[in-house]
Design a protein around this ligand. Structure first.
Ligand code: GDP
Length: 433
């Protein structure tokens, strides 16, 4: 998806506009423990175009002085976005801080759209002409608080989206590594690519996938590692802020079939790990939990099992994700990764026949009868797979409310026993018939 970033000095109304653009389309999928809703990155859609929006104002680089923050936020927008919305306010006119943002944005080789906020009435419209002097062409008058002018602004944004150059031929498995700073993502990327693999191309020049790396394993499987350049050029101040790493993770998740959630064995599991993993789970991608720096632990016969038990407890909602213990330094088990990624990808795309699925469901019901309530029994008539990535099943029943969580979990487990769905979430949708 194209990415739209909203930039501007504090108090121009970035988060109001962000919320207007995103509306209540922010997908709130069930409760994932540990995930607080970070409203700085969200999906939206306008006349058939899907895109993601970043509110750079929410990326708070807390220890930095005000001026640097503005600069960092603008640079994040330049690095991450396909289209930049430069927000100013008609109330205050052009301020020094606006000019500072403008100077940074001149360097952007990306489209910049100038939006003038707080144009709450027709009179104020007369005042937007001053903003031509910023040098970004026609200013778009909008009002975040009244919801005015957003349609025209969105039309202008959508027009600037890169043409879809998606390569129909590309059958490669797209995967990414996500995790907190310093868990070893870059080291793993280098170690994986270093393992005598043919790097087909380091595509440069195309706007969208400029940072993907393709490689082919000995058995002929094609992979695309998403987002690696961003990890290679490190050292910006904002790299180590939590919100920035969350935003990067969400972007990488969006572009992947399979996501490797990287943990650091040395430091154990942190809150931020749970949040990042929660996003991958909600997005419905294939997931592998990669415990890196396994070389740093003094191990006995129990170390691995104990670590695994800790993960299962802390990431209960990821019970389907395989765990692999690796070291980017000693390369322990790294050679197993491509095969594991390929298997998870296959499961994520798996389609099962309705007849087999229904045999499984009927067997399950025979073993563990459906619940009943006040003399009424839940009836499961029929199930069918409606989509893949992730595999999604519709189950037709007499009364969807009677399918309690525990029974649904039981059916899911039976489905997982019958087919290999390891590494992928599966969704069950209950429908009345
Ligand atoms: P990133 O921020 O997640 O990309 O993390 P880096 O790849 O930059 O690694 C952070 C630090 O951990 C660096 O000093 C690495 O040398 C070190 N490191 C990475 N992987 C391993 C590992 O498997 N074992 C050990 N001992 N150190 C590692």
């Amino acid at each position: 998806n194209p990415i739209v970033a909203i930039v501007g000095r504090p108090n121009v109304g970035k988060s109001t506009i962000f919320n207007r653009i995103v509306g209540d389309r922010i997908s709130i999928v069930e409760d994932t423990p540990g995930v607080t809703r970070d409203r700085i990155y969200a999906h939206s859609e306008w006349i058939g175009h899907e895109f993601s929006v970043i509110d750079t104002g929410g990326i708070d680089i807390s220890d930095e002085p005000f001026v640097n923050q503005i600069q960092d936020q603008a640079e994040i927008a330049i690095d991450e976005a396909d289209v930049i919305v430069f927000l100013v306010s008609v109330k205050e006119g052009i301020t020094d801080a606006d000019e500072k943002v403008a100077r940074i944005l001149y360097k952007a080789k990306k489209p910049v759209i100038l939006a003038v906020n707080k144009v709450d009435n027709a009179e104020l419209r007369q005042e937007i002409y001053d903003f031509y002097s910023l040098g970004f062409g026609d200013p778009y008058p909008i009002s975040g608080s009244h919801g005015l002018g957003l349609g025209d602004l969105l039309d202008a944004i959508v027009k600037e989206f890169p043409q879809n150059e998606t390569d129909e031929e590309d059958q490669s498995i797209r995967f990414s590594l996500i995790g907190r700073p310093n868990v070893g993502k870059s080291s793993l990327v280098n170690a994986i690519l270093g393992e005598d693999r043919v790097i087909v191309s380091d595509i440069a020049g195309t706007t969208r996938d400029a940072i993907d790396t393709k490689f082919t394993t000995e058995d002929g499987t094609d992979f695309t590692m998403v987002d690696t350049a961003g990890m290679r050029k490190k050292g910006k101040v904002y790299e180590n802020t939590e919100r920035y790493s969350v935003m990067r993770a969400m972007k990488a998740i969006d572009n992947s079939n399979v996501v490797l959630v990287v943990l650091n064995a040395e430091e154990g599991i942190r809150e931020q790990d749970k949040r990042i993993a929660g996003y991958a789970h909600e997005a419905g991608r294939g997931i592998i939990i990669v415990v890196n720096k396994w070389d740093t632990l003094k191990k006995d016969n129990h170390t691995l099992n104990e670590f695994e038990a800790g993960i299962r407890e802390q990431f209960a909602y990821l019970s389907y994700a395989p765990i692999i213990f690796v070291s980017a330094v000693t390369k322990q088990r790294l050679s197993q990764l491509p095969e594991l990624i390929a298997r998870v990808d296959q499961n994520h795309r798996r389609r099962v026949q309705s007849s087999t699925l229904n045999d499984v469901l009927m067997d399950a019901i025979a073993i563990n009868p459906t619940p009943s309530d006040n003399g009424k029994r839940l009836r499961v008539y029929y199930g069918t797979q409606v989509s893949t990535e992730p595999p999604t099943f519709v189950i037709f029943v007499n009364d969807p409310d009677m399918m309690h969580f525990s029974y649904e979990r039981f059916l899911e487990n039976r489905i997982r026993e019958a087919f290999d769905f390891s590494g992928t979430p599966i969704h069950l949708i209950k429908r009345h018939r």
